[in-house]
Design a protein around this ligand. Structure first.
Ligand code: DX5
Ligand code: ZN
Length: 219
């Protein structure tokens, strides 16, 4: 399986955001992961469409926008207009999950569904035909630099089985506490898109770090 690396700019140096994005792009990143937090669904506030718009000007890589916000439908068009290529909504925030997915698709972006650590994979059962990726949170969302929750490995494996049964090319993304130690475990469980914030941006040489990630994934 081909693995993709998606650096999360939440841990980037925001005084030099453009440079940080260009550096991870030339270091071999596959997607740029952008974490949107509203201080309601999660206990932290990050940034909105203007950062997506700024990132769009710095890279040709797909922009992967992770919406950790309540009532996302109203603001989804602004994120797509700003340049989001992939948009994930949390199942926990969408009473009309199917409608939110259709909305993302109708705007020309790829829809994904994110699940908190305590949310079961059954939430995905009736949307598997409509999504392009699934994001399994491997920490409780809200902050970078937290410790990986090992119980998530079983959920990753169960979701991989569902993807295989669906016969559709759905990416399985993991997010939170991904580092050289946990990388192999999530890959073995069936994840193929690895989001990493602190494990990339808190190192000195992003190229070396991303190469190390690929080396671990190939073993
Ligand atoms: C957490 C965010 C993550 C975060 C990951 O709520 O969704 O994308 O940036 O950070 P690390 O890789 O440091 O755990
Ligand atoms: Zn994220």
């Amino acid at each position: 399986m081909k693995h993709l690396i998606a650096p999360s700019i939440l841990s980037a140096d925001f005084t030099r955001l453009g440079e940080e994005i260009r550096t991870v792009e030339s270091a071999g990143a596959d997607w740029i992961h952008i974490d949107v937090m509203d201080g309601r669904f999660v206990p932290n506030i990050s940034y909105g469409p203007i950062i997506v718009e700024a990132a769009r000007k710095c890279t040709s890589l797909p922009l992967d926008v992770h919406l950790m916000i309540v009532e996302p439908d109203a603001i989804i068009p602004s994120f797509v207009k700003a340049g989001a290529d992939l948009v994930s909504v949390h199942a926990e925030t969408c009473p009309h999950l199917h409608r939110s997915i259709q909305l993302i698709r109708s705007l020309g972006a790829k829809p994904g569904v994110a699940l908190n650590p305590g949310t079961p994979p059954e939430m995905l059962d009736y949307v598997m035909d409509d999504i392009d990726f699934i994001l399994v949170m491997t920490v409780n969302p809200g902050f970078g630099g937290q410790k990986f929750i090992p119980q998530c490995l079983d959920k990753i494996a169960r979701i991989r089985e569902r993807i295989v049964r669906s016969g559709r090319p759905i990416h399985l993304q993991v997010d939170g506490g991904i580092n050289p130690e946990t990388l192999k475990q999530v890959a073995m469980a069936g994840a193929d898109v690895m989001v990493a914030g602190s494990a990339i941006f808190q190192t000195d040489d992003y190229g070396k770090t991303i190469k190390e990630f690929h080396r671990i994934l190939q073993r």
